[in-house]
Design a protein around this ligand. Structure first.
Ligand code: SF4
Length: 365
């Protein structure tokens, strides 16, 4: 009874009041739906919108994405973060264009088996593109359901996820899953928002348990508090005739496949307080002298502090810009890039922010 009321009420709200327009809404092409869903994971709609349009313009079909040079795809992704999403996107595009001759799978199980696609994205593609009865369960959906049905089980536990996924499946409109799923996500974004939900005008309020029992602020419940680790980097922009040294990040650490300038990571306990805020200790440090060898240089400047918040880390960075008299004799795995090549490299957001502010004299590239 309560499930049916919930479903009918939000669908009525959608038809009468929801004017939330987005370019992927109503889309039936599974490739474009997949693109939008991957872009929107961990990204706000306002930010993801422009990226979606850029991807569709540059790669209108999955074969275009599969054939594109990877550097170019990463460059287009630049600023979205969570680069493993982009890596999986390329992998899956190549798989579908090659092994499946461009045919996107059309069952939930096959879609779920694709790299980088979890239950949420599989349900979104299955319902939006193929009208299959699978409920999407994202953060918006978890919040609306846990509030309306008064579910206190923490949503970041297995028990909580199972309970709410079962509830989501029970509430699903199996005849019209695409509209229902989109409506529920919109409702969570527009009405039952994380902070300051619109309870006073909410069409569900007369039967909403969280509202009736004054639990709106405490639902949904979470069991863990997110702890972020602080990391401190010094990036050295060693410039020679307008070009810079950079390398592609590999390995398991953050920012895989993105480029970075010559870097040094300080540990907070030992080095940050002494070496962080002025140039002299940096220039005198053994690691810096080793890197420079006999090369003469002029210091252009040290930037203010830049910060970037990642899911599990707080990144703090300063940028030291130096002008070299000659190329470095031993730059390790850092390659020299002339100015025209630098513009094609994808950097993490914190580096782009520095480059865009052009804190020190002149244009970098
Ligand atoms: S009454 Fe408030 S808490 Fe309940 S569903 Fe509506 S907006 Fe969400």
């Amino acid at each position: 009874m309560q499930n049916r009321y919930f479903r009918d009420t939000i669908l009525r709200w959608n038809r009468a009041e929801n004017a939330r327009q987005m370019p992927w809404k109503g889309e039936k092409d599974p490739y474009k739906i997949w693109l939008s869903e991957v872009i929107l994971q961990q990204t706000r709609v306002e930010q993801g919108w422009a990226y979606y349009e850029k991807f569709v313009d540059n790669y209108p079909k999955i074969e275009d994405l599969a054939r594109a040079p990877e550097e170019g795809v990463f460059k287009l992704w630049e600023g979205l973060g969570y680069y493993s999403r982009c890596k999986n996107l390329i992998h899956t595009a190549k798989y579908i264009a090659g092994e499946r001759k461009g045919h996107f799978p059309d069952t939930y199980t096959e879609i779920l088996a694709l790299k980088g696609i979890g239950p949420y994205t599989a349900a979104a593609i299955a319902s939006f593109a193929f009208g299959l009865p699978h409920a999407v369960v994202d953060g918006n959906v978890l919040r609306v359901l846990s509030r309306f049905f008064g579910v206190r089980t923490p949503i970041d536990t297995t028990a909580g996820k199972v309970e709410l996924t079962e509830l989501a499946e029970k509430c699903l409109d199996k005849v019209n899953p695409a509209e229902y799923n989109q409506t529920l996500m919109d409702f969570g974004a527009v009405v039952c928002k994380p902070a300051n939900p619109e309870c006073k005008t909410c069409p569900l309020s007369s039967r909403c348990l969280a509202y009736k029992e004054n639990m709106v602020d405490i639902l949904p419940q979470k069991s863990k508090r997110l702890v972020r680790k602080d990391r401190f980097f010094l990036y050295i922009l060693a410039e020679y005739q307008g070009g810079l040294y950079a390398r592609k990040r590999t390995g398991k650490d953050i920012w895989q496949n993105l480029y970075e300038f010559i870097s040094y990571e300080f540990s907070r306990e030992n080095e940050v307080s002494a070496d962080w805020e002025n140039i002299t200790p940096i220039l005198n440090a053994q690691w810096f002298k080793q890197m420079m060898g006999a090369t003469k240089y002029t210091v252009v400047g040290l930037s203010p502090l830049y910060r970037q918040l990642l899911t599990h880390q707080n990144i703090h960075a300063r940028f030291l810009r130096i002008s070299l008299d000659a190329p470095l004799s031993d730059s390790g795995d850092f390659r020299f890039f002339p100015p025209h090549q630098l513009t094609g490299l994808a950097f993490p957001r914190i580096m782009n922010e520095y480059l865009q502010t052009k804190v020190h004299t002149g244009q970098l590239f």
